[in-house]
Design a protein around this ligand. Sequence first.
Ligand code: GLC
Length: 416
Amino acid sequence: MTSLDDQAAAILRGNDRGGYTVPTAGLYPFQWNWDSCLVALGWATFDMDRAFTEIETLFSAQWPDGMVPHIVFHRPDPGYFPGPDRWGTHRTPASSGITQPPVAASCVRRLVEAGDAQAEARARALFPKLLASHRWFHTVRDPDGTGLVTTLHPWETGMDNSPAWDEALARVEIAADLEPYLRKDTGHVDPAMRPTKAEYDRYMTLVQRFREQGWRHDITRTSPFRVADVGTNCILLRADSDLLALAIRFGEHEATTEIRAWIDRAGPAFAAFVDPSTGLWHSYDRVSQSRVPTPTSAGFLAFWAGLGDAKLVSLVEPWHDRTSFGVPSVRATDPRFDSKRYWRGPIWLVVSFMIAEGLREAGAGALAERVRNDSRTLIERAGFFEYFDPLDGAGLGGPDFTWTAAMWLAWIRPGP
Ligand code: GLC
């Protein structure tokens, strides 16, 4: 093992709180949904048992309706806001009331295909829970059966203050009765890298509104923020295919019919994401009924969903104009680009991983390798940071970050 391999494994072990891994000490002291699923891929490279435990612990917080919450507050920590009281979901274990991109089935499929009989048994036990979580998305978050699922809060996209949400968020009227609050994130990292107060007031307004409505399913219709996020929908479509593979593997015949229907419905609906004049994929705003103006790297998750065509492949190079490293979350030529601020330009290696894997599968192996090489250089130069500046490669946000270490182990490190 090289020393970076050792460091990466040490980060996972150091952030292990017993059955779940925190994204980084301090800034994120709980279990996060999509972090944990992707981090399981890192655990699997040296401890398959622990990899499954990560996902099983996450699903121990699954709601009775199938939703897997975006944060599970396994034990109290005053260093984070908003905590369980503010969410007011009254669940055990305590959790937030919104979700995150559903990457779990895709990760479980990878684990089972790399594992032994023990892995097979644990994946089989997870299957009904995975199925219920997908059913929740396709019914509760797509009540009219449009083929696109709706996101009700920027935090659900995992790309919290992406410029893709600017217009939709600006329309959210800050609650006159917004309960006062004290942010904790800006005490951990430079405020210049974090969302602004105006954004935060709107994030908290949404949480307060949903809580006042008792987290009932009709918030899908009443939320003032409703977008079909291109990232979430592409990740769900990929996960549906991976869930289908699991269903076939486990002989779950009834489930295969249900899953195939979801996949068939998505195909034509995804046309709503594509800007015909450029070929880029944008999220779709359900309230204004139009594509959001700013394209982001989430659009390249079309490759992960198996839908990227030659046109989209040809747009990957130009996306990197003026940057030294890929894949920037926002194009550097875009007026909203900010190389250091959360999701407004920087690189996240989990997104790079999904884009690169999709590119490879689409036959664009050279581009996929370029993304992987850039990712390797970023870690070699800067360390295992939360995210990276695409102009100078500086490491940003939290240090010793779990999913960055997991991406090193599962995807980036030089092969044998
Ligand atoms: C931030 C990111 C989100 C991630 C979380 C924990 O909120 O935007 O994607 O899950 O941090 O790492």
